[in-house]
Ligand binder design. Structure first.
Ligand SMILES: [Zn+2]
Length: 216
């Protein structure tokens, strides 16, 4: 992916890649509708022609979701269309690609959110309400953080799930060949707050009316 990104005259490739995902995330969270490439181009300062090819590559690699019109419907784990987990945040119901997205986004935004998913082992429904981004304490659920691999969705998102109990977390760990680790919900929130900090900051800037480029 770096060859095309490197042609952008401004930001280094990896930074622009990340910036596009942050901006798309921020606009999705605040606008709650599919985001046109022109809006992302304007917010990142990327020429349309370069951005268009970059969005194609990001979509092909699973880093964004798009609809048939080419608008972005998911980024940085937050999606209007795709994902088995649900999060109600800012009065909107979104899906997330993996369970850590849901807890991470709530934690980074410091949000009251309702997370819904199913135990990956027994299918039991799991509902968690966060308060100011923090999950309830003393809950038996565990988050499995997959170690990841070459394929974002297949190797990381899909196996990163919630389990209803330490026992089912152990069963999932065995199914995954130990390729990852189980963490308590509080640890999941702590890691998530770090992981989504830049996305949450971008969303805060959009909401404050200062634009997603503020602070850069
Ligand atoms: Zn279970």
């Amino acid at each position: 992916m770096t060859d095309a990104l490197d042609r952008h005259p401004g930001l280094p490739a990896a930074d622009l890649h990340e910036r596009i995902r942050e901006v798309a995330f921020a606009l999705l969270l605040t606008e709650r509708r599919p985001i046109g490439p022109d809006e992302i181009a304007a917010a990142t300062g990327s020429p349309d022609a370069i951005l268009s090819g970059m969005l194609d590559r990001l979509a092909a690699a699973g880093w964004i979701d798009r609809d048939q019109a080419g608008r972005v419907t998911g980024s940085a784990g937050l999606s209007l269309t795709t994902g088995p987990h649900r999060i109600a945040i800012d009065a909107t119901e979104f899906r997330t690609w993996c369970a850590c997205d849901a807890s991470g986004i709530a934690a980074a935004r410091g949000a009251d959110a309702a997370i819904q998913t199913e135990c990956a082992v027994c299918g039991k429904e799991i509902a968690l309400d966060t308060r100011a981004g923090q999950p309830p304490t003393d809950r038996p659920e565990r988050l499995w953080l997959a170690a990841g691999g070459a394929n974002l969705r297949g190797d990381f998102c899909d196996p990163t799930v919630l389990l209803c109990s330490p026992e089912h977390a152990a069963a999932w760990a065995e199914r995954q060949g130990g390729h990852g680790r189980a963490v308590h919900l509080a640890e999941a929130a702590r890691l998530g707050a770090e992981g989504w900090a830049s996305c949450a900051a971008a969303a805060g800037a959009v909401r404050a009316g200062t634009g997603p480029s503020a602070g850069r």
